[in-house]
Design a binder for this molecule. Structure first.
Ligand SMILES: [Zn+2]
Ligand SMILES: [Zn+2]
Length: 361
């Protein structure tokens, strides 16, 4: 038999394909670790990346506050470094750094949250994310549903994509009813329901809610300002309003806008590379596709190549993000060989359904 014979010749089922993919990717991972022995210092590497990201962010904050750096440059600079913090958070959720040192582990968890303050509390996110791995693409996968995975594409999904709070409010009534239904059907346990309740009540405190409110008031101010400059050009905003805007502007520019840009890129990529709705429960072969078409590069830049590498993570969970980037070319060949989809752009028109035929009918 030829080595590169099409896989259909082997007649493997999805479960067998999944273990074969895992085995081949972990071999690549292993050989990279053998080639570069320093990679075994995982805690030190994780912490160094964390320290580098935080230093780069603080450097630009200083550059902005002393008026030495261009504002838009600062915004994109911070968006980039926070995208690496997102990868670190994800690795921490899987306890890949300081597993046996709760002080350092939780310190890093807090740090990656503090510099990405619009996000959900990472200790709450851990529950959602571990559930995501088990039930990706099904109705109880609240992590992906929270970023609009499975919704038909249109203007509404576009404006909900970067903003978790706005999306949550707009969909809260429908989601609450659905969660209740899923509980009655036995798909959510009592514990799941308690976690979801805690997550929605406390998950965005003390950073997310106040910062979102600041952002909405900032947008409203400039909208009113724009209208006033046309209808009443001589009128002035009250002094207290101007003082308030002067106070919140640096916070919005340094912490809100970069994170909204980053979240838009990440949520756009993730909600289209995961399938939703007709995915067989626990079937990793159907959960995701590799999304790495060239024109998505600007989005990948602010989510650390997520579209290209997250599928690898579904097959091999216990691997750090930086090694995943190194194994990606070899891992992609494996994924392709076993029939995982690449750049299935039809997902944009099928509300992320896996099944092409069903969605078309
Ligand atoms: Zn995933
Ligand atoms: Zn994960």
């Amino acid at each position: 038999m030829e080595i590169n014979a099409p896989l259909s010749n082997y007649e493997l089922n999805d479960k067998e394909k999944t273990s074969a993919v895992y085995k081949e990717i972990s071999e690549t991972s292993k050989s990279i670790r053998e080639k570069y022995p320093f990679l075994k210092h995982q805690n030190a590497i994780g912490f160094s990346i964390f320290a580098l990201c935080v230093s780069m962010i603080l450097w630009s904050v200083y550059g902005y506050l002393t008026a030495q750096w261009n504002t838009w440059f600062v915004v994109f600079w911070i968006a980039f470094w926070t995208s690496i913090l997102h990868e670190l958070e994800h690795d921490l959720i899987h306890r890949l750094y300081f597993k046996d040192n709760p002080v350092m582990h939780n310190l890093m968890m807090f740090g990656v949250w503090l510099f990405r303050p619009l996000t959900l509390n990472p200790w709450f996110r851990r529950q959602l994310h571990l559930h995501h791995h088990k039930y990706s693409g099904t109705a109880t996968d609240m992590e992906e549903r929270g970023v609009n995975n499975g919704q038909p594409w249109g203007f509404l999904r576009l404006i909900m994509t970067p903003d978790l709070i706005f999306a949550g409010i707009l969909r809260s009534k429908k989601m609450r009813a659905e969660v209740r239904q899923l509980y009655y059907e036995g798909k959510f346990t009592k514990d799941d329901i308690d976690n979801l309740r805690k997550t929605s009540l406390y998950g965005f405190w003390p950073f997310g809610i106040p910062l979102h409110l600041m952002w909405y008031s900032f947008v409203m101010y400039y909208a009113v300002f724009a209208v006033m400059s046309v209808v009443a050009p001589l009128a002035e905003m009250p002094a207290w309003v101007q003082a308030y805007i002067g106070f919140i502007s640096p916070v919005v520019i340094l912490f809100v806008v970069p994170n909204l840009i980053r979240q838009f890129c990440l949520h756009f990529i993730t909600s289209n590379m995961h399938y939703y709705g007709d995915v067989e429960r626990g079937n990793i072969m159907q959960q995701t596709q590799v999304l790495n078409v060239w024109w998505l590069f600007p989005f990948q830049l602010f989510c650390f190549n997520f579209g290209s590498t997250h599928t690898i993570h579904h097959f091999m969970v216990q691997e750090t993000f930086y090694i995943r980037q190194l194994t990606a070319p070899a891992a992609h060949r494996v994924l392709q060989k076993y029939g995982v989809r690449f750049n299935d752009l039809g997902t944009f028109f099928r509300a992320n359904r896996f099944n092409k035929e069903e969605a078309a009918s």
